[in-house]
Structures are given as structure tokens and as C-alpha cells.
Design a protein around this ligand. Sequence first.
Ligand SMILES: [Zn+2]
Length: 75
Amino acid sequence: MTYYKYPKFFQQSDSEAFDTLTNPGAVTPHSGIYRCEGCGREVVSTQGHVMPPQNHHQHSYSQGNIRWRLVVGHN
Ligand SMILES: [Zn+2]
């Protein structure tokens, strides 16, 4: 889960960046906090760097592959 204290530092966005799933090991499309769709684990990644790989953490069969979704972005 992500947390913040002061809402004034955040702005709601309808950007499609939050609807796109990024594969493990892919180039990070936007800097920010990413959440794994399978298990909810979160990581920070920087645009142009590489997303954590498929073996970053283990999933049960029902959780499927790691897929990263941007939950908090910045630019
Ligand atoms: Zn996961």
C-alpha cells in the first residue's frame, strides 16, 4: 500500500499510464511506484531503468506472472 500525509502534494490523473501493465524486465515507461497485479507487492522504478525481473518474488500458480502497474507517478 502507498501512503501520503499531505494531499496538497498529489494530483489525481486520468493518464493511461495507470492502465498499462509493464512486464518484468521491461524498460520502465514512467518513474514512480509500481504494484504487482498478482500479489500487491510494490516497488519503485525510474523511467528508462529496468523493471524488476520475473524472479523478483515468487507467486502461487493462481497469482500468475508478475505484471507491474503504475500506482503513483511523478515527472
Ligand atoms: Zn507479485
